[in-house]
Every structure is written in structure tokens, then in C-alpha cells.
Design a binder for this molecule. Structure first.
Ligand code: FAD
Ligand code: NAP
Length: 302
């Protein structure tokens, strides 16, 4: 199976033009269409993209998809600035990891709902057909180019830090570059793992990308406050060796293991200490090494 076949299928070619032309249009339908066309057009936001789907996972988490600007090129794992028009008439923008892979026709985002958050107190109410602002300047360090070649890639995340890995897990290059792909995701409660769990499940079930994933992807979801089959902080499970024993892998070493990290500032700091203990060094786009880090958010509390 070639990557082209995967991408062709994922992009989904549009139906032939003839099948998209309604065969009969009733007078009532035509009248409704004419009335709609006569309405004054809604003013467009600058860099506007249209929401195509919204899924609420918990009272703190939701994901949504929007149209993709034709000119937008990005590398799986990067982030962009998105937002809404603020009450003062100025764009209210925040950094967001693109959760969809680079080949997808649309863009997906996975978001927190901060009750009093300037952006997400409003963004959580978006509906299909609404517009958001998207500044088409992708950047970020969680990209394959920022790592030296290795045998195993570890994706280490907490909370919405899963978002860049939702992109990289759907990126064929991930499975071409590595023999094993280990996805560790930790949240306080089981329900907060659901978006990631469903996404990983869908990879295995996909008849095409499933072939690339089979035998390579090892998913290790844990909770820290609510009981679940696998428990504990990522740092503790790495340091104790529990994750290596559970997955039948050797302890991390500088020759074979590569890592990408995305969580709170405290999480990122503590994981870096652990990775350095295993002998890995932090890399960057300009100097690829053995691990890279991105903030999932700034601040220490909601
Ligand atoms: C590089 C980068 C990538 C990011 N990617 C994402 C993403 O993919 N999804 C996402 O939901 N957010 C992401 N964020 C955070 C995002 O930019 C906003 O902070 C978030 O959308 C909340 O915006 P707000 O205006 O409602 O509140 P803000 O004023 O921005 O934040 C208020 C407080 O809420 C808390 N908070 C903010 N974001 C989160 C979060 N994601 N998880 C837990 N607590 C949080 C912090 O304590 C913060 O001080 C990213 C941030 C950075 C720097
Ligand atoms: N999640 C919720 O239900 C909830 C509800 C209301 C408000 N909030 C607030 O929202 C903010 C973000 O909450 P969040 O749950 O999304 O993110 P978080 O506090 O960063 O926790 C997410 C996961 O990461 C773990 N973790 C946190 N710091 C770590 C570190 N230094 N090293 C290793 N693992 C670490 C946590 O384990 P531990 O459980 O061991 O800390 C938890 O399993 C917090 O300030 C919180 O007070 C959260």
C-alpha cells in the first residue's frame, strides 16, 4: 500500500459533478433559495474559516473542524493562531496546535473550555456554519525534522497537549521513520482521555492507515485521580520503569529513543529532567537532537 493511496482516500475526491446537481428542484425549494440569496451577506471576519463540525467531549473539552485555506501549508505537529472577533472589534487570538495531519482537507482543533477565559468562554459555543479567525502562519518544534533518526518515538502529553500528537499519529511519515510509536497521554479523569482513545481506535480500524500502524503503535493512557486500568504520572511511569515493563520495551537510550513532549510548563520541565536522565538532549528545528518540547498552554491554573 502506498502513501499516495492513503492520502487519496483520506482527501476524498469530490463526487462527479453530475451527481452533485439536484435532479429536480421544487418551487418551494427554489423560493427558499431565492429568499436566502436576497438576504444581506454576513460581514466576513479577516482570515475567516467556516466551522464544519463540533464535538463536546466533557464540560472542559471539545474539538472542532474548520475549512482549510487553500494556501495553508504546515508540517504535522505545528500550531497556528486562531480566535474570534473580540467585543472591542479587534481579533482575540490564541495559539492552537493543529490536531489534523498535514494531508487533511480540513483543519481540526482540540480545545479546553476555560470558564472565564477571554477566548474559550466564547469559542466553546461555536456551531457548524460559524466563522473563526485563522492566521495562516504555522510554526512549532514538534516536527519530525527537529529530531535525529531513531528506532522509537515517544509522544508524551497531558490534557490538551494531546493535540499535536492527534496530528502526528495520523501522519504516515511517523510510521515510516520509526519501528515503534509510543503514545503516552495522562489526564486526571477517564473522560478526559476519550478524544485520544477514540482517535487511536480509529487508526487501528482504518483499513489503509491501519496497515502502517499495526504492530508499531503502542498506546499508554493513564489517569492520576480517577481509577483506570493504567494509572500514574508519565514522569513516574518512566522513572520506575513500569511503562517499559508493561510494553515490553528496553529503557530509553540515546541511540534508539526520540521524544516529543507537550503539556503544562511544570509537566514539560519535569519530563525534560527525566529524558535527560536517560541521556537524551533537547533539539530544535535548527539543531535536531533527541527530544523536543512545546507548551500545551501558559499559566498555572483555571
Ligand atoms: C504553543 C501553544 C499551543 C497551544 N495549543 C492549544 C490547543 O491545541 N488546545 C488548547 O485548548 N489550548 C492550546 N493552547 C492554549 C491556548 O492558547 C489558550 O490559552 C486557551 O485556548 C485558553 O484561552 P482563553 O483566552 O480562554 O484563556 P487564557 O487567558 O489563554 O488562559 C487562562 C488560563 O487557563 C488555563 N489554560 C489555558 N489553556 C489551557 C489548556 N489548553 N489546558 C488547561 N488549562 C489551560 C491556564 O491556566 C491559563 O492561565 C496552546 C498554547 C500554546 C502556547
Ligand atoms: N482536570 C480537571 O478536572 C480540572 C477541573 C477544574 C480545574 N482544573 C484546573 O485546570 C488546570 C489544568 O488542569 P488539567 O487537568 O488540564 O492539567 P494538569 O493540572 O496539568 O494535569 C493533567 C495531568 O498531568 C499530570 N501532571 C501535572 N503536572 C505534572 C508534572 N509536573 N509532572 C507529571 N505529570 C503532571 C496531572 O497529574 P496529577 O493529577 O498528579 O496532578 C494530570 O494527570 C489546573 O490548574 C487545574 O487546577 C482542572
Amino acid at each position: 500500500m502506498t502513501i499516495c493511496r492513503v492520502l487519496r482516500r483520506k482527501r476524498g475526491f469530490p463526487a462527479p459533478l453530475t451527481s452533485r446537481i439536484p435532479q429536480t428542484v421544487s418551487l418551494t425549494e427554489a423560493t427558499v433559495m431565492n429568499e436566502a440569496a436576497a438576504k444581506p451577506a454576513k460581514p466576513h471576519l479577516p482570515d475567516a474559516q467556516t466551522v464544519t463540525s463540533v464535538t463536546h467531549w466533557t464540560d472542559r473539552l471539545f474539538s472542532f473542524r474548520v475549512t482549510r485555506p487553500k494556501s495553508l501549508r504546515f508540517r504535522s505537529g505545528e500550531f497556528v493562531m486562531i480566535g474570534l472577533m473580540g467585543d472591542n472589534g479587534k481579533p482575540l487570538l490564541r495559539a492552537y496546535s493543529i490536531a489534523s495531519p498535514a494531508w487533511d482537507d480540513e483543519l481540526e482543533f482540540y480545545s479546553i473550555k476555560v470558564p472565564d477565559g477571554p477566548l474559550t468562554s466564547k469559542l466553546q459555543h461555536i456551531q457548524v456554519g460559524d466563522e473563526i479567525i485563522l492566521r495562516p502562519k504555522p510554526v512549532g518544534t514538534l516536527v519530525h525534522d527537529a529530531l535525529l533518526p531513531g528506532k522509537r518515538i515517544w509522544f508524551l502529553s497531558t490534557g490538551t497537549g494531546f493535540a499535536p500528537f492527534a496530528s502526528l499519529l495520523r501522519e504516515p511519515e511517523t510510521y515510516e521513520k520509526y519501528e515503534s510509536v509510543i503514545m503516552m497521554h495522562t489526564c486526571r479523569e477517564v473522560s478526559e482521555l476519550e478524544y485520544g482513545r477514540k482517535l487511536v481506535e480509529s487508526l487501528h480500524d482504518d483499513p489503509l492507515i491501519g496497515e502502517m500502524v499495526a504492530g508499531k503503535l503502542k498506546y499508554y493512557p493513564t489517569t492520576t485521580r480517577e481509577p483506570s486500568p493504567l494509572m500514574g504520572r508519565i514522569t513516574d511511569n518512566l522513572l520506575s520503569g513500569k511503562v517499559f515493563a508493561d510494553l515490553g520495551l528496553p529503557p530509553m537510550n540515546v541511540e534508539d529513543d526520540r521524544a516529543m513532549v507537550c503539556g503544562s510548563l511544570a509537566f514539560n520541565h519535569d519530563v525534560k529532567v527525566v529524558l535527560e536522565k536517560f541521556g537524551l538532549h533537547e533539539g530544535a528545528n535548527s539543531e535536531p537532537l533527541e527530544y523536543v518540547v512545546e507548551k500545551a498552554f501558559v499559566g498555572d491554573g483555571i
